[in-house]
Design a protein around this ligand. Sequence first.
Ligand code: NAD
Length: 285
Amino acid sequence: MTKILSGSEVAEALKQKIISEVKNLKQQGFKPVLCIVMVGKQPDSVAYVKSASKKCETMGIGCRIKTLPEDIREEELIKTIQELNEDKTINGIMIMLPLPTHISQKAVKYVISPEKDVDCLNPVNVSKVMSGEKCTFTPCTPSAVMEILKHYGIDIQGKKAVIIGRSMVVGRPLAMMLLKENATVTICHTKTVNLKEETRRADILVAAAGKPKMVKKDMVDDGAIVIDVGINFDEDGKMCGDVDFDGVRQVTSMITPVPKGVGSVTSTVLMKHVIEACKQQNNLA
Ligand code: NAD
């Protein structure tokens, strides 16, 4: 029978560690603070910010939200980020993406201080992840996948890991993080010629394509571990992953559900990064 890898369980365990770290920091006179920068009011971003600020509150982390007008000029946004970089009362900065089209994301990501870059946007941090260097602020979603594997004691070394998806948010950094743990990694994408042949080779299969239920039972080898990063909605408006959970679970040894899988861990990883930022900035790490 397949084991369900519960993201909620992993998130709860992480949360308890964070709460205890926050308590320690407060005893030493420090309060970790996250600042979320939101340009415009896209419904997805507003919902994320609301949930993140609630999460901060439950963990004792301060949360400031900087809402900027949709038509803000690029120079003004850059100036705001520079001010936040200098602000000693803020430990972590997260910029909600995507930015409006008149603003260059490329220009903005260089401005955020690598020491406060809790969502791993700055190329300094990205290059550390890509080169396998130690990096405090790894991207939150791939880190959530790694936290799940770690929590359930899943051995990565020597395993064949296959990832569907090559985005900078999930697929590519995750490939490097699994490689760092000595997996043999294959990245699949829309131009992969025989996807099923690749995915069937996986000991650990990660789906991050953004295609509802695209991974079917016949694409997965018996006993494989399947991690579903996808967040989609089916024709009935019900949340689902990239994996056809009911079919695929029949052949896997372990599988993450959607919801209550990877997504539950992602924002908790962000909070963990805010704590790390606070410790590093106060020479406590
Ligand atoms: P993206 O659209 O930027 O990238 C998708 C990738 O999948 C691309 O590299 C593409 O080549 C590949 N792909 C798409 N269709 C494919 C197919 N049929 N065969 C093979 N490869 C295919 O998406 P993203 O931002 O990387 O997000 C991927 C999924 O993960 C989405 O469902 C997104 O909602 C979800 N997501 C979840 C979290 C979380 O916290 N759980 C965070 C970020 C993204």
